[in-house]
Design a protein around this ligand. Structure first.
Ligand code: HEM
Ligand code: HEM
Length: 244
């Protein structure tokens, strides 16, 4: 099956030879994800893994350590790793937003959703049925498929913004009143009630993020095997290759 993106889209944004497109030649490989998107993806994945593991232990600390309290700094290291990874996540997100502005049109897919397009929702419904093993494989997509786009917009983009705002609000409490984090994000705490409420929602956000990652990795590997197109290696090389 041939990829279901218009030929003008392909040649304009992905570097495909327009002459080949005009001659109606089969396109087998398209450059989709530019290097900054790929580097960001894997650094971000690492940051979120560190955040989820350290965050889990911040909320549910390990049992008491033996010996003198002064000879351990375990929770200190865990919190340090959490905050460092939090900065990586937040600065990475800003960098990724910058790349959406200057990068190719696939770089913008993460941040936009054609909510009012009937055709888009029809494609989402088709992908859902395909994921549920109800219909044979629908068309292939050069960038994210419509279902992936929906999941990434809400499950990653909106959720990360939420985690950054609630995370830096809590961080501002540690840095104390008047600190930059308190001045920029302190207003988030009364919005939820009080500090413990922000902790609770920040923690709930972790489980939402963990759910997204599980579904995301499952879908990526499943599509790689069943979708007759490269998926995981596309996030490494940047190229999407279509098989017959
Ligand atoms: C995907 C991103 C993130 C995840 C999964 C995550 C997860 C968590 C979890 C589960 C907790 C424990 C909540 C509790 O039960 O009390 C926590 C606490 C916290 N997180 Fe995050 N977090 C993320 C992003 C951030 C960011 C961007 C920051 C900003 C620096 C941040 C700063 C904090 C702070 C300050 C605490 C409280 C630490 C304490 O009370 O000792 N988090 N995080
Ligand atoms: C914490 C872990 C992860 C997070 C938060 C995450 C998040 C994301 C996000 C936000 C995108 C959209 C990229 C963009 O448009 O800029 C994406 C794409 C992608 N991710 Fe991940 N990812 C994670 C782990 C993984 C892993 C482990 C794999 C490999 C098995 C993977 C494979 C992919 C692939 C193949 C794409 C492109 C999908 C497509 O072309 O439609 N991700 N990921």
């Amino acid at each position: 099956m041939s990829p279901s993106s218009s030929t003008t889209d392909l040649s304009a944004a992905t570097g495909v030879d327009p002459a080949a497109v005009a001659a109606g030649r089969r396109i087998r490989s398209v450059y989709v994800y530019e290097a900054p998107v790929r580097v960001w993806h894997w650094i971000n994945a690492l940051a979120i893994t560190v955040l989820a593991v350290t965050g889990y232990f911040i909320g549910r600390p390990l049992p008491t350590m033996p010996g003198e309290a002064s000879s351990h700094f375990l929770m200190g290291y865990i919190r340090f790793a959490h905050f460092a990874a939090g900065y990586v996540l937040a600065i990475g997100l800003l960098g990724r937003i910058y790349w959406a502005i200057v990068g190719n049109h696939h770089a913008r897919e993460l941040f936009t959703l054609p909510l009012f397009s009937r055709a888009y929702w029809r494609e989402v419904a088709k992908m859902l049925k395909w994921y549920a093993f109800l219909i044979p494989r629908p068309g292939q997509y050069v960038g994210h498929n419509p279902m992936a786009r929906l999941a990434m917009f809400f499950g990653y983009f909106c959720l990360s913004i939420f985690m950054v705002f609630t995370g830096f609000a809590l961080y501002g409490e540690g840095l104390q009143t008047g600190s930059w984090a308190d001045r920029c994000f302190g207003w988030v705490i009364p919005l939820f009630g009080q500090s413990q409420d922000v902790h609770t929602f920040h923690r709930l956000g972790m489980w939402a993020m963990v759910s997204f990652v599980i579904l995301h990795v499952y879908a990526a590997i499943r599509e790689d095997i069943m979708g007759r197109q490269s998926i995981v290696s596309t996030m490494i090389s940047g190229h999407r290759t279509f098989k017959d």
